[in-house]
Ligand binder design. Structure first.
Ligand code: PMP
Length: 416
């Protein structure tokens, strides 16, 4: 049952009050249903970042003075907190702060191609991945002249799509060196069968990478204990700030992978002829890192743990289910997300109103939903559409959001 988390915590999010709109003399609440692209921020996170900037801000690992020492302490303490949040099996030395999931996956694909791939290797990913977990592997395959094989989907249209596991089993053979996939898909919100895929990969000695951008705020399994060798996520989808990402790797990967960005903070020696890297996460953190954002990430983890990821998941997926049921009563709607009701994302289209027009009509009602290809062109092509509209739920979403959105979608055909 929905625990009504949304209404209880909405006041913690200043964005909602600050974006109420007056339309024809009527106050329209801000209905934010695009949390899959980025989540809004609670005061707890905002205040932590303001406090840091007002009292403690200094560059990290570079100063012998108070604010730098305090910032460095906070930065490294947060690394410990992130490690614990991901899996008690890993330690802080396995956690790299990046600029986002995208940069994390690029670091992995570049480094892994350098160390683990040759022309006989195969990389396996689902065909429906976000571009951030597709293009880096395309580039790796091009660089190494090796094979990139795609796991296709079963079912062609509508809400029947699932990963073709028997095909995955055929593709994941002893030449397979990498299997990389999202835990939760960003377009239709499917929860991928990671345990089955990890088992297939481990059987043939392949590395497994999980793109956890969409799952980190709602799924709390210990991913390294499940068998992942590396995971990536973006704190901005976890009620934290943008501009920072997390890449966690096995001890083997963090030791073996070469850096792909070079500069200050990552060297043990530099001469005019050559340079040596330090070991551990700093090897991948050249330049001044996102310091205040790391502080915000720490606060976001505290906030999410206090609310409970299971709670957030149950609440968001319950709202998604109610929304999905409501969509079924509206003419000309075609739904592309799975039926099972476990997800927090519902993607759909209106057969007579283009997704971009729908998003604009909803915006005129102060409702934010994303329309487009959602950074997954291959999936959009598999679905046989040119764009989808995506409605996604989070901890602060509530029943009013669902009802207002359904009403606006129902009335949209009167506006075109
Ligand atoms: N993978 C998935 C599944 C995503 O949803 C996203 C964000 N849309 C990314 C990767 C990329 O994350 P970021 O833009 O924060 O780097």
């Amino acid at each position: 049952k929905a625990n009504n988390l949304g209404s209880k915590i909405r006041d913690e999010f200043p964005i909602f009050k600050n974006n109420e709109k007056s339309v024809n003399g009527q106050t329209k609440p801000f209905v934010y249903l695009d949390s899959a692209v980025s989540a809004q921020k609670p005061k707890h996170v905002i205040q932590a970042m303001v406090n840091h900037l007002e009292n403690d801000y200094g560059s990290v690992h570079r100063g012998a003075y108070g604010v730098s020492i305090r910032s460095s302490q906070m930065y490294e303490d947060t690394r410990h907190k992130v490690a614990k949040f991901i899996d008690p099996k890993i330690n802080a030395n396995q956690v790299v702060f990046t600029r986002g999931t995208t940069e994390a996956l690029n670091i992995l694909a570049y480094g892994i191609s350098d160390v683990y791939l040759n022309e006989n290797s195969r990389i396996v990913i689902p065909a429906i991945e976000h571009h951030a977990n597709l293009i880096p592997w395309q580039q790796a395959a091009l660089r190494k002249d090796c094979e990139l094989a795609y796991i296709s989907m079963l079912g062609k249209k509508g809400n029947q799509l699932t990963l073709n596991l028997s095909e995955a089993e055929k593709l994941i053979t002893k030449n397979t060196k990498i299997v990389s996939l999202a835990y939760v898909g960003n377009v239709i919100g499917q929860i991928n069968p990671i345990e089955e895929i990890i088992a297939m990969a481990k059987k043939v000695g392949s590395l497994v990478i999980l793109d956890c951008a969409q799952s980190m705020s709602t799924h709390e399994e210990y991913l390294f204990s499940l068998g992942a060798d590396a995971i990536a996520f973006s704190p901005h989808k976890l009620y934290g700030p943008s501009g920072i990402g997390v890449l966690a790797m096995s001890e083997e990967l963090i030791e073996k992978l070469p850096p792909s960005t070079f500069g200050g903070g990552m060297i043990s020696d530099v001469t005019l002829e050559e340079s040596q890297w330090i070991s551990g996460p700093a090897k991948f953190e050249a330049g001044t890192p996102p310091i205040t954002e790391v502080c915000g990430l720490g606060a976001a983890i505290d906030w999410v743990e206090k609310k409970g990821r299971k709670n957030i998941h149950n609440h968001s997926s319950e709202l998604a289910k109610i929304f999905l049921d409501g969509l079924k009563n509206i003419n000309d709607i075609e739904v592309f997300s799975p039926e099972s009701g476990q997800e927090t994302i519902i993607s759909f289209r209106h057969k007579k109103i283009h997704a971009h027009d729908m998003a604009t009509i909803l915006d005129s009602e102060n409702i934010a939903m994303r329309a487009g290809h959602h950074c997954a062109w291959p999936l959009i092509r598999i679905l046989g559409v040119d764009a989808l509209i995506r409605c996604s739920f989070a901890a602060y979403s509530d029943r009013d959001d669902v009802e207002i959105a359904l009403e606006a979608i129902k009335n949209a055909s009167k506006k075109v």
